[in-house]
Ligand binder design. Sequence first.
Ligand SMILES: C[S@@+](CC[C@H](N)C(=O)[O-])C[C@H]1O[C@@H](n2cnc3c(N)ncnc32)[C@H](O)[C@@H]1O
Length: 196
Amino acid sequence: MITPVTIERPALRGPVPLSHLLVRSCLKPGDTVIDATCGNGYDTLFLAESVGVDGHVWGFDIQQLAIAETGRRLSEAGLSARVTLIKDGHQTLAQHVTVPVQAVLFNLGYLPGGDRSIITRPETTTPALEDSLTLLAAVGVLAITIYPGHSGGSDEQKTVERWATALNPRSYHSWRMAQSNVAADAPYLLFVQKVA
Ligand SMILES: C[S@@+](CC[C@H](N)C(=O)[O-])C[C@H]1O[C@@H](n2cnc3c(N)ncnc32)[C@H](O)[C@@H]1O
């Protein structure tokens, strides 16, 4: 008898499903990972599912609303035990996480449905990206979704692009992935892998 196999076929609309596809393919059960911008908790939930019961997710956001919404989503899914949520800026992540991690997700910009004036900013994003590289295990990955279209977004885009372009290719594979048939300021993905 042939056992039917269920294959998830992701709709690759925009950078977030693409980041999930790539990150998931780089994770193994038991891994430790970071969600640097929890927001409404979709990425945190994705990571919690991906690392399995023996893995762990560290989640950061500066807004109580985001931490509460993420906590609610994890609790509904029964996955709270494998996630530590921290209401603090990702620029402090190295103070909280001291073990090597296999992936760090940054989903920049503002909280959808929240206050659009509270955004990620280059002066805090850059040190958080630097600390993430330090924490990454060999072949670990960094997925950064960039939103150039909102107020303040293009400044952050320029800073993060400069940072990603300057990474030494002997130490990191740094990728830019953008959907081509969308507006020029549509969100897109930067993806960095630490060389083994
Ligand atoms: C686009 S949302 C994240 C979406 C989220 N990953 C999801 O799955 O719903 C960006 C989030 O970054 C948060 N943020 C802004 N500055 C931050 C900082 N310095 N550290 C951590 N989070 C920050 C905002 O509060 C907002 O919730």
